[in-house]
Design a protein around this ligand. Structure first.
Ligand SMILES: *Cc1c(COP(=O)(O)O)cnc(C)c1O
Length: 365
């Protein structure tokens, strides 16, 4: 029987294997492993790819987000608005700075509902964290206008959306600070953990580079109580290779997603939609169905694996029960949590496997 995984990383590796091997050896032979040339080249190349002035490589996407919250000076008593259906790390980054996450329901594109942000703004609101979920750009015109009207900072969580665009401009270039993850399964994935903070603000960039390196701006001079969070040379070098192929990698995902969009036709399934003026890099292809358990079992029986992103909203995680949030306040988030299902999408999926998944879904009764 077939066994189609929901995601796999081996095929994209093999496609450029020689380049990765050469780079890994080059870095090993360089005897420079932390904050060397590879990291600074990657920072320059990634900033230039996005169209932003500064980039700091860090150890993970979560670190990028928590450093972003820190360098914006947010902390105890400050409220940060974040969408309720995001991955837990967006929320952790706020809490790790002792600021308070304030949840907002998503719109029909799975991104934050801009209309609903207003209802949650109080005198303590200091920032909005925008998550471009599943790879689709959020409505950045409306969000930046709202931020201007209420004098709020904007942090973009681009962990799933490397290269996605709003009106032809890449996400990560709109907010005060934007954060990326290079966790292996992300569209621009490393071969271990990694992350980056980007900004157009020189002061914020200097703060990020200082905080990630023990709070040091000059060797043995410590300006503040910092942390150790750096993108190592091997990961940076390998990411430079992957970045040089990113358009190709995104195009491959678009072909898969478009094939699903054009060919899946089953009235029990709701397909994802892309907002006008937004593009998606299809980190996930997320459908919705009210009979999810039945569909999962059916697909498993045909050798097709799926994943749920995410079955439990952050506020219902044990870590956040202390907030005492009433799930009845988030009916949309709750319905997504019980209905979303991610279909197989990865670089290197064969058209034969793709057609097999489409046929199986169309035959589901
Ligand atoms: C993956 C992810 C993160 C965290 O990134 P890590 O590198 O795993 O720490 C943050 N936010 C979102 C939306 C993510 O998908």
């Amino acid at each position: 029987m077939r066994n189609i995984q929901c995601n796999r990383l081996d095929l994209a590796f093999k496609k450029y294997q020689k380049e990765y091997e050469d780079k890994a050896l080059e870095v090993l032979n360089s005897a420079s492993y932390i904050l060397g040339n590879e990291c600074s080249y990657f920072e320059k190349e990634f900033a230039s790819y996005l169209g932003v002035r500064f980039c700091s490589g860090v150890a993970s996407g979560l670190d990028a987000l928590r450093i972003a919250v820190h360098i914006l000076g947010l902390g105890k008593g400050d409220e940060v608005i974040v969408q309720a259906n995001t991955f837990i790390a967006s929320v952790l980054a706020i809490s790790l700075n002792n600021a308070t996450p304030v949840f907002v329901e998503p719109d029909e594109y799975n991104n934050i509902s801009v209309e609903r942000i207003k209802e949650k703004i109080t005198p303590n609101t200091k920032a909005i964290m925008v998550v471009h979920l599943y790879g689709q750009a959020s409505d950045m015109d409306s969000i930046m206008q709202l931020a201007l009207d209420y004098n709020l900072k904007v942090i973009e969580d681009c962990a799933q959306a490397h290269g996605a665009e709003w009106k032809g401009r890449k996400v990560g270039t709109f907010g005060d600070v934007a954060c990326f993850s290079f966790y292996p399964t992300k569209n621009l994935g490393a071969f271990g953990d990694g992350g980056a903070i980007v900004t157009n603000d020189k002061t914020l960039d200097q703060k990020a580079k200082c905080y990630r390196n023990y709070g040091s701006d000059k060797k043995y001079h410590y300006k503040e109580i910092g942390i150790n969070s750096r993108l190592d040379e091997i990961q940076a070098g390998l990411l430079r290779i992957k970045l040089s192929h990113i358009e190709e990698l995104i195009d491959e995902r678009r072909i898969v997603a478009n094939s699903y969009l054009r060919n899946i036709s089953n009235e029990r399934i709701e397909l994802p939609r892309v907002r006008e003026n937004a593009s998606s890099v299809w980190h996930q292809f997320v459908i919705r169905t009210s009979e999810r358990n039945d569909l999962i079992k059916y697909l498993n029986g045909k050798g097709i694996n799926t994943i749920i992103h995410y079955p439990i909203p952050p506020y219902r995680s044990e870590a956040y029960l202390y907030m005492g949030i009433d799930e009845n306040d988030f009916p949309i988030t709750e319905s997504y949590a019980s209905e979303v299902l991610s279909l197989p999408i990865y670089n290197g999926i064969s058209t034969d496997d793709l057609d097999y998944v489409i046929d199986a879904i169309n035959e589901w009764k």
